[in-house]
Design a protein around this ligand. Structure first.
Ligand code: ADP
Ligand code: MG
Length: 307
């Protein structure tokens, strides 16, 4: 049965959806992507640290220690690390859910502490685990997010329908709670909220962890598509080497809260091949810089998510 809303073959660049969103100028449609885009970087971290102290008896945990990085607009930047290495803490710091102990963080030139509202409008942190998200339908989720980003109700509704149609979600299914959809589709709806603003810094915290192999590939393809067709910069954490290799322009390796290596996937592999007698694979890169394999957990159990 056909509906009026058919998935398009290729996601096309949408017309700018909101004049209200404070945003640097868009890259003109059809223009080649500049290698080093003008304007501020999508993300700039300078000597950022975050320590958790739980109770007086326990030792403080340095979740992020003196991390600096610069992510250019339109990059897919991967943060690779074992459980407990500080990946989620890093994402939460950028998304203003946590405050920095020391250092400086800027999103498109806006300081995360002084200019929190501007930063909130430019970032999209994806968490499929949020209960609120799952109870709402895809349509409600997108319309709600669109209102948060300052779109008028009518525009918000139109945008929600248009974006969901592009994901291949029929009008009929747009109204059912998200918890009834497949995990891969849930993840895509979560990410789709990023299509409401432009430019955007998408913060994807292990977007494919726990997905079956097929959904995983689907979500990865969707992330690649997003970058190709939308003015999106993507900061992605993962502990999947193949995913980092496939998706990321550059990779940072976190170990015990410290950034121990950063380069393109090929650059990292070449360096390891040059400096050791190991084969040029990301597994060997990880082993070389952290002294362990990615599957070895640093700690038995992480803290509960904050949502
Ligand atoms: N809210 C918190 N309170 C106390 N400790 C935390 C909190 N969040 C994270 N940690 C600790 O900080 C370290 C890094 O955690 P996290 O950023 O969740 O790592 P990852 O996402 O790489 O698994 C871990 O030792 C973790 O136990
Ligand atoms: Mg985590």
């Amino acid at each position: 049965m056909s509906t009026t809303l058919m998935p398009e073959q290729k996601i096309t660049v949408p017309t700018p959806v909101s004049a209200q969103v404070e945003a640097p100028a868009r890259i003109p449609e059809g223009a080649p992507r500049p290698v080093r885009p003008a304007g501020p970087p999508a993300l700039l971290l300078e000597h950022v640290s975050k320590t958790f102290v739980i109770g007086r008896k326990k030792k403080p945990v340095a979740a992020i220690s003196d991390v600096s990085m610069r992510v250019e607009r339109a990059e897919i930047y991967g943060v690779l690390g074992a459980n407990g290495s500080g990946k989620s803490t890093l994402i939460r710091l950028v998304s203003t859910l946590l405050t920095l102990d020391t250092g400086r963080a800027e999103v498109f030139g806006h300081d995360v502490e002084r200019d929190e509202m501007a930063v909130k409008r430019l970032i999209n942190r994806v968490s499929v685990d949020a209960a609120f998200f799952k109870k709402l339908s895809p349509y409600e989720n997108l319309a709600f997010a669109a209102r948060l980003y300052g779109l008028h109700a009518g525009d918000a509704r139109r945008e929600a329908v248009r974006i969901l149609a592009r994901l291949g979600i029929s009008e009929k299914r747009m109204g059912s709670p998200i918890e009834q959809m497949s995990r891969g589709m849930q993840q895509k709806v979560a990410i789709a909220r990023a299509l409401l603003t432009s430019p955007t810094l998408l913060l994807l915290d292990e977007p494919t962890t726990g997905l079956d192999p097929r959904s995983k590939l689907e979500v990865q393809a969707f992330v690649e598509d997003l970058r190709a067709t939308h003015d999106a910069t993507i900061l992605l954490t993962t502990h999947d080497m193949a995913e980092a290799d496939r998706l990321c322009d550059r990779i940072a390796i976190l170990d015990g809260g410290r950034l121990v290596a950063e380069d393109t996937p090929d650059g990292l592999k070449a360096r390891v091949a040059r400096e050791t007698d190991l084969a040029p694979t990301l597994d060997n890169v990880f082993m070389t810089y952290t002294g362990r394999s990615l599957d070895e957990d640093v700690e038995a159990e992480g803290p509960e998510d904050d949502e």
